[in-house]
Design a protein around this ligand. Structure first.
Ligand SMILES: Nc1ccn([C@@H]2O[C@H](COP(=O)(O)OP(=O)(O)OP(=O)(O)O)[C@@H](O)[C@H]2O)c(=O)n1
Ligand SMILES: C[C@](O)(CO)[C@H](O)COP(=O)(O)O
Length: 223
């Protein structure tokens, strides 16, 4: 089955509060997004990659590619208002009748070729493959009236990307309008009635979101 990847990097990075959009911030001397793209290309030289960026950032991205002599192949797609819309745009650019699609946050640069491979393998077999890890901390549920209570952490998973699906299931699910709980693709497919199968991710597969994540990322690359 033909394999596609949609790397979404169309966000504004409001929690990072940096002048340069977080997907372009350097870690280990290379922009975050280039690490991510390289890993997907390392997974497969034939993978068809869509890179979704805000159209206002196209020029900046092209100049960074020149500076860093970055010449991986991919199709550049304009981002949307939310992550959901950015994925929709990436999906609309895929013309093939069948296939499997991995959606990955451009700001998760420490995904591994092995996780990507597992994700494609399971999605081809079962239709869905959503990457997750178990919780390391205890968690509590916030209740009304300033109360809270302990909950059983083994009943929960932290969800990462890649999230990989059969192309036709994704197309069907993404025909809907945006809903506020669509924080990832799994929630979109679940709302459309598809059953979500999980695969194991990695604690290292962090999403660069707030400034301290950059300190961790630099340290991780030096290890
Ligand atoms: N309109 C959007 C919003 C988000 N994303 C992407 O979805 C991923 C996860 O989103 P997040 O970490 O929240 O990124 P931002 O939206 O950029 O950050 P923030 O929420 O802090 O503004 C990121 O790779 C981000 O670029 C996207 O492609 N299009
Ligand atoms: C897709 C995601 O990274 C899975 O954990 C997450 O839902 C993105 O959330 P964000 O609020 O857009 O960062």
């Amino acid at each position: 089955m033909q394999e596609f990847a949609i790397i979404v990097a169309g966000g504004s990075g409001s929690r990072m509060k940096s002048e340069l959009p977080k997907q372009f911030l350097p870690i280990g001397g290379l922009p975050v997004l280039m690490h991510t793209l390289r890993t997907f290309r390392a997974y497969s030289p034939t993978l068809s990659i869509r890179l979704v960026l805000p159209s206002v950032q196209f020029d900046l991205w092209h100049s960074l590619c020149e500076t860093f002599h970055f010449d991986e192949t991919y199709e550049l797609i304009a981002g949307g208002e939310t992550r959901f819309h950015s994925v929709q745009n990436g999906l609309a650019s895929i013309q093939a009748p069948t296939g499997v699609v991995a959606v990955h946050d451009g700001v998760r640069p420490f995904v591994t070729p092995q996780i990507i491979a597992n994700s494609f393998q399971q999605a081809a077999a079962l239709g869905t493959a959503v990457t997750c890890v178990t919780l390391k901390d205890s968690i509590r549920q916030i209740l009304p009236n300033e109360k809270n209570q302990a909950v059983e952490r083994t009943a929960y998973r932290l969800i990462q990307t890649p999230q990989t699906f059969r192309l036709n299931w994704m197309r069907e699910a993404f025909q809907t309008g945006f809903l506020p709980h669509f924080t990832d693709c799994a929630s979109v497919l679940e709302t459309a009635g598809f059953s979500i199968q999980l695969i194991e991710g990695a604690y290292e597969n962090i999403k660069i979101t707030t400034p301290e994540d950059l300190i961790w990322a630099e340290a991780f690359l030096k290890k």
